[in-house]
Write a protein that binds this ligand. Sequence first.
Ligand code: FEO
Length: 398
Amino acid sequence: MGKKISDHVTWVGKIDWELKHFHGEELSTNRGSGYNSYLIRDRKVVLMDTVWQPYDAEFVARLKEEIDLRDIDYIVMNHNEIDHSGALPELMREIPDTPIYCTKKGEAIIRGHYHQDWNFVNVKTNDTLELGETTLTFIEAPMLHWPDTMFSYLSGDQILFSNDGFGQHFATESLYNDTVDQTELYYEAEKYYVNILNLYSANVARKIKELLAMNLPLSMIAPSHGVIWKNEPEQIIKKYLEWADAYQEDQILIVYDTMWNSTRTMAEAVGYGIQKEDPKVKVRLMNAAKDDKNDILTEVFRSKAVLVGSPTVNYGVTYAIGGLLEMMKGLRFKNKKAASFGSYGWSGEAPKQISEKLQECGFEIICEPFKTLWVPDQSAVEECRNYGIAFVEALNIG
Ligand code: FEO
């Protein structure tokens, strides 16, 4: 059954408590997720977005408990990635002539996915759809995070339907931001931002400023994943503006992989040196092969500087470090300093390769790559500590 969230709007989505990965294996969703769909009932009736394809039959069946599908006048698709458009084919089998309102790019994406000649109506920013007591206004938001993305604003109930924007992979039965654990919620909102939107931070900042300039009264921000921001919805807008502005905390992250614990010993000694030199900075160590890669990326986002370590294996870096660096490159972090290290037995290329890759990722390299031979003895451990001290000195100079 649906859940009424305002005078005219009922939530008709799907909570996916079991989801552990999203985008294939690219993004971990340790707290599950949800695909929020909304039914707006005024003199005209709108269905806003659908759910992921595996839940299409369940979605349509539950929608029928809410409404005779023939009473739906319009479908609005804010974004057409499969987690939101996946139930369209099942739905359109029942109501094939219902107009689908979406951006021009949205139509192209729906056509590209489902190869159907449905009744598309293209909309642009400031186009409106009169529903009776309420009106929907469309606001294009390209590359937040796909070219087709738009937001829809419902007057009267004062709800911004933001699709992926302001979303979180966070399963909740209670639906609202003030009914869940705030630390968990904000962690998931930040992890979502880092892994989905950080790359498009300039667009995020621009779009939020444009939205604020529209002076829309806001009772709720209703994304298509996770909680609805009902209690002080502007709090997540404020947070997004911080995150979009080359965000960092007073934290240094050491992320490494290790085969026989030599690079791990180095990482710990470097961390010791950093903390000794700067007792106030938060030092965090993560193992790229053991920690969740998306949690690591979230900590990279939070850090002002990152040290990446890998032993040299087969004249290169380990699989975990190689994959992580590729993800770091894709997310285009801003305003971060870095260095690299690792143990080796004979050739020892890894630290230099990491340093080059970090530069490609847009990080400023502030120390030469550092390596130690075989298993670090006490004097090598001391060198690692000194490397940590030198790193902090370089960081503070820059
Ligand atoms: Fe939630 Fe970009 O789909």
